[in-house]
Design a protein around this ligand. Structure first.
Ligand code: 9PG
Length: 687
C-alpha cells in the first residue's frame, strides 16, 4: 500500500512531542527510532511498527492513516466495541449515530461512548480491532490488528475522505526497550481469503469443542429462577428426549452479583445438587457469573471496597447500571492479588465442588473500564481474559459482554450480539441510539454481520431462539426467522422456552434442529432488509432467505433446482418473502440419484447421515439424534420405474421436469440388509 502515514505522540521531560513516520523507512529523532517492517502475505501485507526509545518517555497516542478508495456501492463494516454492540455493514453515506444525551448516565458505561468522540456524521464509521471496506460482493480490504494485547486499535473509516485511520491505544506506556506499537494485517481478497489469513496470523489455538445446543434460564424467567423452575424445565427436556448438549443456569442463583460463594434462598439444595440433576439427564451443566463486578448491595463491595477500581476521587468506578439488580455496579481490580485469589476460590467451587462444565462469563468489559498507570485498557482486558482461561483450565467458557479482540482464542463460545428481547425492537432505546440495547433485530443483524468469527475466533453465540407464544410479542414469522437465522449462523444455539408449553407444531419445529451442526457461511447478500445466506455443510448447499424488515422482499436465486418444503422450485424464479419471514432451501447438486431434501430437518436432509445407491437400490441412514418422522424426496433418472429404498419398493413420480421418489422417513430408519450394497461397497471381494 502506498502513502500510508503515521504519527506518534509522546511526552519527554514534561514536553509533548510528535514524530511522523511512513511505511517506507525508519524515522528517528533524539528521543526514539520508529522502524516499520512490511511483510508480504498472500493476500496482503503485515505491518509491524516498532518504537525503540533512546530516552525515558511516555507514549501518548499513535495513528496510522491509510488512503483507500470507497466507491459509492461499497459496504463498510467496523467491529463494534463489545459483544452487545450493534455491528453491521453500512453504505458509504450511512452513519453510526451518537448516543443521545438523555441516555448517557445510564448507558454510556456499556459501550465505547466514554472513550471515543463520535460526532455521528454520515460516512464516518468507528470500530475496534478489525474492520473492512467491501467494494464488490466478494471482494473486501480487511484491516485487522494482531496486537490487541498491548492496546486496543480503533479503526475509523471515513468514506468521503477515502481513508482508514488506525489509532493504537498506547497512552501511559513507558517503553524501555523496543516496543511493538502496531502489528496489523491488511489484505484484499474474498471474505474467506482475508479473514482466513487474519485468523492464521493471530495464531489462535484450535477450538477445543464442537458446536453445541442448549437451554438457558434467562429469556423466560430472568432473575426469577427457582430450583423448582430449573427442575421442571430439565424434566420437560428429558421427557421428550431432547438431545441437547448444555443446560445452563443464568443470573438469579447467586446471593448478589459479586457474591458467588453463596447461593440465594431460591436454591435451598445448593448448586451442586442442580449440577448433579443436569448431569443425570446427560447434559453438560452451565452456570452464569459476572466475575469482574459487584453490585451495590453485595457483601463483596461492603467488605472489600479496596478490591475495586477507583476514580481519581477515590470512588469506585461505575461499570454500569442494571435495573434488575440494585442499580449501579462496579469493577473489580483484576490486578489486585486478593481479587485474583477470590476468583480462584469462586471457580474452584463452581467447577470442582459443584462440578459445572461450562461457565457463561458476563459483563467482562468491566475489567478495562480504567487502566492502571503504565498499561493500556486493551492490555488489561487481554490479561484479564488470560487470567480467566488460566484459572478455568479446560472447562468451557461462553464469553459475554466482552470486547471481542481480547476474547479471540480465549473463550470457546462468545455472544456476538445484544440480547434477544421478547419483542422485535426496543423503540425507545433505538431512538436514543443505544447500540448495546436488548433487541431481537439487532441481535440478528450481528449474527449475520459477525459471521466471520464463527468457528475461527470461537463459536458464535447469536443468543436464544424463542418459539413459545406465551410471554412475548414476536409474531410467528419473527420467531421462525429468529430460529432459522440462529440455527444458520450460530456455533451454539440456546433457547429458554419451557418446551412442555409447546403446541405439537412448535415441538416439531424445535426438534427439527437435531442433529445440530455449525454451517460454513459462504456468502451473505443483502436484498434491502432481507438477506440471502449461502451455506455449505459437508455434502450440501443451503440457501437461507431471511427478511428482517416489515415489507415483503424479493430475493434472486442463482440458476438451479432447489428443494423447499417437500417440493422443487426453479432458481429462475425469484423468491418472495413476507414481512419478517424466512425460508430454507436445499440446492440440488444435479447428480443422477440424489437426496433432494427431507421434511424432518430444518435444513432439509441434514438428518441423513449416510446415502448411497447401486443401480435401482437406494439406502440411507439417519443420525441417531434425528427426532422427526416425515418424508424424503430423492431425485432419480426417468429410465427406471421400479426402485427400492431401504429395501422397500418405491415408484417414481413427476415433479415438473424432474423424476422423484417420495419415501417415508421413520424416526430411526436403518438400512435393511438387501445384499446389493455389500457387493457394491467391496467389489474386489469374492462373493
Ligand atoms: C443476565 C443477562 C443475561 C444475558 C446477558 C446479559 O442492564 N443492562 O443493560 C443489561 C444488558 C445486558 C444484559 C442484562 C442487562 O444481559 O447478555 O444473556 O445473561 O446479562 O443478567
Amino acid at each position: 500500500m502506498e502513502n500510508v502515514r503515521g504519527k506518534l505522540t509522546y511526552r519527554r521531560e514534561g514536553v509533548v512531542m510528535t514524530l511522523d513516520f511512513d511505511l517506507d523507512g525508519q524515522a528517528e529523532n533524539d528521543d526514539l527510532i520508529i522502524t516499520p517492517k512490511v511483510g508480504a502475505i498472500s493476500p496482503g501485507e503485515r505491518w509491524t511498527i516498532t518504537v525503540t526509545p533512546r530516552a525515558p518517555m511516555t507514549l501518548l497516542a499513535a495513528e496510522l492513516r491509510v488512503p483507500i478508495a470507497v466507491p459509492a456501492t461499497s459496504r463498510i463494516f467496523v467491529n463494534g466495541y463489545q459483544t452487545w454492540t450493534e455491528s453491521r455493514e453500512l453504505g458509504p453515506r450511512g452513519r453510526i449515530p451518537s448516543l443521545s444525551r438523555l441516555a448517557r448516565s445510564r448507558c454510556s458505561m456499556y459501550g465505547d461512548y466514554e472513550y471515543v468522540t463520535n460526532p455521528g456524521f454520515p460516512g464516518r464509521f468507528h470500530g475496534w480491532t478489525y474492520g473492512y471496506v467491501r467494494t464488490e460482493p466478494d471482494l473486501l480490504t480487511l484491516f485487522g490488528s494482531l496486537a490487541e494485547h498491548t492496546g486496543f486499535t480503533l479503526v475509523t473509516v471515513t468514506a468521503s475522505a477515502g481513508k482508514v485511520t488506525l489509532q493504537k491505544e498506547c497512552g501511559g506506556v513507558m517503553p524501555t526497550e523496543p516496543y511493538v506499537l502496531y502489528d496489523v494485517y491488511v489484505g484484499t481478497g474474498t471474505d474467506r481469503e482475508t479473514f482466513g489469513r487474519y485468523f492464521d496470523l493471530l495464531g489462535l489455538r484450535r477450538l477445543r469443542t464442537l458446536p453445541l445446543t442448549g437451554w438457558t434460564s434467562w429469556y423466560n424467567y430472568y432473575t426469577g429462577i427457582t430450583q423448582e423452575i430449573i427442575r421442571h424445565n430439565l424434566d420437560a427436556l428429558g421427557d421428550h428426549e431432547v438431545p441437547l448438549d448444555v443446560f445452563q443456569i443464568d443470573d438469579g442463583w447467586q446471593h448478589a452479583v459479586g457474591d458467588w460463594l453463596i447461593t440465594n434462598a431460591k436454591f435451598p439444595d445448593g448448586m451442586g445438587a442442580i449440577a448433579d440433576a443436569i448431569h443425570g439427564h446427560g447434559y453438560k451443566a452451565g452456570l452464569w457469573l459476572a466475575p469482574f463486578i459487584a453490585e451495590e448491595r453485595s457483601d463483596l463491595l461492603r467488605d472489600h471496597p479496596d478490591w475495586f477500581l477507583t476514580e481519581d476521587n477515590g470512588r469506585p468506578v461505575k461499570a454500569g447500571y442494571n435495573p434488575s439488580w440494585s442499580g449501579f455496579f462496579y469493577s473489580l481490580d483484576v490486578e489486585n492479588l486478593a481479587v485474583r485469589s477470590y476468583l480462584r476460590d469462586v471457580f474452584d467451587l463452581v467447577l470442582h465442588t459443584w462440578h459445572f462444565d461450562l461457565v457463561k462469563l458476563d459483563f467482562l468489559y468491566t475489567a478495562c473500564r480504567k487502566a492502571p498507570k503504565g498499561k493500556t485498557r486493551g492490555q488489561v482486558m487481554s490479561e484479564s481474559m488470560q487470567f480467566l482461561r488460566d484459572i478455568i483450565g479446560d472447562n468451557l467458557i461462553l464469553g459475554c459482554g466482552v470486547p471481542l479482540g481480547p476474547a479471540f482464542g480465549q473463550v470457546d463460545f462468545c455472544r456476538i450480539g445484544g440480547d434477544v428481547a421478547l419483542k422485535w425492537e426496543n423503540r425507545l432505546l433505538s431512538t436514543v441510539h443505544y447500540r448495546e440495547r436488548v433487541s431481537t433485530v439487532s441481535a440478528l443483524r450481528n449474527a449475520i454481520s459477525r459471521r466471520h468469527l464463527n468457528g475461527a475466533a470461537f463459536w458464535n453465540d447469536p443468543d436464544v431462539t424463542v418459539l413459545r407464544n406465551t410471554g412475548n410479542s414476536l409474531t410467528e414469522a419473527q420467531r421462525r426467522t429468529l430460529f432459522l437465522v440462529n440455527q444458520t449462523m450460530g456455533g451454539v444455539v440456546f433457547t429458554s422456552d419451557d418446551i412442555s408449553s409447546y403446541t405439537e407444531a412448535q415441538l416439531r419445529q424445535y426438534l427439527s434442529q437435531f442433529p445440530f451442526s455449525a454451517k460454513v457461511a459462504l456468502e451473505a447478500r443483502p436484498f434491502g432488509e432481507a438477506w440471502r445466506l449461502t451455506l455449505r455443510t459437508e455434502n450440501a448447499t443451503f440457501i437461507v432467505a431471511a427478511n428482517l424488515g416489515p415489507r415483503s422482499a424479493t430475493i434472486d436465486l442463482d440458476p438451479g433446482v432447489y428443494y423447499c418444503n417437500g417440493h422443487l422450485i426453479d432458481g429462475g424464479e425469484p423468491l418472495q418473502l413476507l414481512p419478517f419471514d424466512s425460508t430454507c432451501l436445499r440446492k440440488a447438486e444435479g447428480n443422477d440419484v440424489e437426496l433432494l431434501g427431507t421434511t424432518t430437518h430444518l435444513f432439509p436432509g441434514l438428518d441423513i447421515a449416510h446415502f448411497e445407491y447401486h443401480e435401482t437400490s437406494i439406502v440411507f441412514q439417519r443420525f441417531d439424534t434425528a427426532r422427526l418422522e416425515g418424508e424424503a424426496l430423492i431425485g432419480v433418472p426417468d429410465t427406471f420405474d421400479q426402485w427400492t429404498v431401504n429395501g422397500v419398493a418405491a415408484r417414481p413420480e413427476r415433479q415438473g421436469v424432474h423424476t422423484v421418489l417420495r419415501v417415508p422417513v421413520a424416526r430411526v430408519a436403518r438400512p435393511v440388509d438387501c445384499g446389493i450394497l455389500q457387493t457394491a461397497a467391496a467389489p474386489d471381494e469374492e462373493v
